[in-house]
Ligand binder design. Structure first.
Ligand SMILES: O=C(O)C(=O)C[C@]1(C(=O)O)C=C[C@@H](O)C=C1
Length: 362
C-alpha cells in the first residue's frame, strides 16, 4: 500500500509542477494578447478585438495537431476559454442572447464566446437584433434552424430590415431533460416547453406521459420556471435550465432523435476576413417569372459553388406569391471564384444582399 501512496504523491507532485508551467504559459499568452490589442489600437482601420477568423484558425490548428488523449472537442473547449479570457483582458464584450437565462441560446453563446464574455438575456429575437443595432451589446446570438424541426423564420425575416451582418455560426447538440417536482409521472397533469421541445420529444411523451396536457411557452427556460412553481407540471428543458431554476431532473435525454442539433447565428456589424473554411449567407429576390429560381442559382452551379441551404420566405414588400430566398454557400465572398459567381447572381436579382461570410461552425 505504501508503494501506491508514494506513486500517488509523486504523480500529484508532477501534476503540480506542470500546472505551474501551464499557469506561467497562459499568463505569457495573455500578455501577448494585450500586445496584440495595443498593435490593433495603432491601426485606424481594424481596431476590433474579437476576430472570429483568427479564433477559428487557432482552434483548427490545435485540433489538427492534437493526438490525445484529450479529444478534439475537449481541446476546443479549453482553448476557447483561454482565448475568451485573453479577449476579456483586451476589452470586456457583451453578447445579447435569446433568453431568459438557461435557454439553449445561452448555451450556444457560451460555447462560442467562452465564459470570459458577459451575456445579456433578451426576451425576443427582435430584441436581440435591436440590442446589437443600438450598440448596447457588441454581438448577439439567435437560433436559426433545427435539424428535426426546420427553420426559425422570424430570425430570417428580421434580416430583411436590419443592417447587421452574420459574423459566425454555432452548432449545438440539443439534449432535452424532463424536469419536475413530483417523483412519479402519474402526478404530472401538464408539460411545458418551447413548441420545438414538445415536437422534438413527441414520441417520448406519447409513451411516458400520454395524458398530460402539452403547453407551449416562449422558451424551454420559461418551461423550467413554470415547473418550479407548479407541482403538477413538468418541463422539457435543458439540464442547465432545470438546475438553474431548481427543478429536479427525472429523466435525461428524452429527445426522439439522437442527432438533434440546432444552428445559431452570431450577429455583429462587420463580417470577418477569410479563415480558410468559411460560409457565406445571402438573401436574393426578383420579380416572379418562369424559371426564376433556376436563373438566380445557375451562376452558383456553373462556378462549382456548394450550396448548403436554401429557404424561401414570402417577400414583405412585393405582391403575394413573391419570395425572397435565403441561401448559404461554402466559401468567403472575397474568394475570387465565389466573388465572380455572386456578381452574376447580383446582375440577375432585384434584391441582393450578402448577410456575411464567417468561419464554419467548429
Ligand atoms: O489575434 C488576435 O487578434 C487577438 O486578439 C488574440 C486572440 C487570442 O487570444 O488568440 C484574442 C481575441 C481575438 O478574437 C483573436 C485571438
Amino acid at each position: 500500500m505504501a508503494g501506491a501512496h508514494d506513486d500517488l504523491t509523486a504523480l500529484r507532485q508532477h501534476i503540480d509542477s506542470l500546472d505551474d508551467q501551464i499557469l506561467d504559459l497562459v499568463n505569457e499568452r495573455a500578455r501577448l494578447a494585450e500586445g496584440v490589442a495595443r498593435a490593433k489600437a495603432q491601426r485606424v482601420q481594424a481596431a476590433e478585438v474579437y476576430r472570429p477568423e483568427r479564433e477559428a484558425e487557432v482552434l483548427r490548428r490545435l485540433t489538427e495537431r492534437n493526438d490525445g488523449p484529450l479529444s478534439a472537442e475537449q481541446v476546443t473547449v479549453l482553448f476557447r476559454e483561454i482565448m475568451s479570457a485573453c479577449r476579456a483582458l483586451q476589452q470586456p464584450l457583451t453578447v445579447a442572447f435569446l433568453g431568459p437565462r438557461g435557454t439553449f441560446t445561452e448555451e450556444a453563446a457560451s460555447k462560442h464566446f467562452g465564459h470570459g464574455t458577459g451575456t445579456a438575456p433578451l426576451a425576443t429575437i427582435g430584441a436581440v437584433f435591436r440590442e446589437v443595432e443600438s450598440g448596447a451589446a457588441h454581438y448577439g446570438v439567435v437560433p436559426v434552424e433545427n435539424s428535426s424541426e426546420g427553420v426559425v423564420s422570424h430570425t430570417l425575416d428580421r434580416f430583411l430590415d436590419s443592417e447587421l451582418a452574420i459574423v459566425g455560426e454555432v452548432e449545438l447538440r440539443i439534449h432535452h431533460a424532463l424536469a419536475m417536482q413530483a417523483e412519479r409521472f402519474t402526478a404530472v397533469e401538464r408539460v411545458y416547453s418551447h413548441q420545438q421541445g414538445l415536437s422534438q420529444c413527441r414520441a417520448w411523451l406519447e409513451t411516458h406521459l400520454p395524458n398530460a396536457e402539452r403547453l407551449p411557452v416562449a422558451s424551454t427556460a420559461e418551461a423550467a420556471q413554470r415547473a418550479a412553481a407548479d407541482p403538477a407540471a413538468a418541463a422539457i428543458a435543458s439540464e442547465a435550465a432545470a438546475g438553474l431554476y431548481g427543478v429536479p431532473i427525472r429523466q435525461a435525454r428524452i429527445e426522439d432523435r439522437h442527432g438533434n442539433t440546432t444552428r445559431f447565428l452570431v450577429l455583429g456589424y462587420r463580417s470577418p476576413a477569410p479563415s480558410g473554411r468559411d460560409k457565406t449567407s445571402l438573401v436574393v429576390s426578383s420579380a416572379n417569372r418562369t424559371g426564376l429560381l433556376f436563373q438566380l442559382l445557375e451562376p452558383l452551379a456553373a462556378n462549382g459553388i456548394d450550396m448548403t441551404r436554401i429557404e424561401s420566405r414570402p417577400s414583405p414588400q412585393a405582391g403575394i406569391w413573391e419570395y425572397v430566398f435565403f441561401i448559404d454557400v461554402l466559401g468567403h465572398h472575397r474568394d475570387p471564384v465565389l466573388a465572380e459567381a455572386l456578381e452574376q447572381v447580383r446582375e440577375r436579382a432585384s434584391l441582393f444582399r450578402i448577410l456575411g461570410s464567417y468561419p464554419r461552425a467548429i
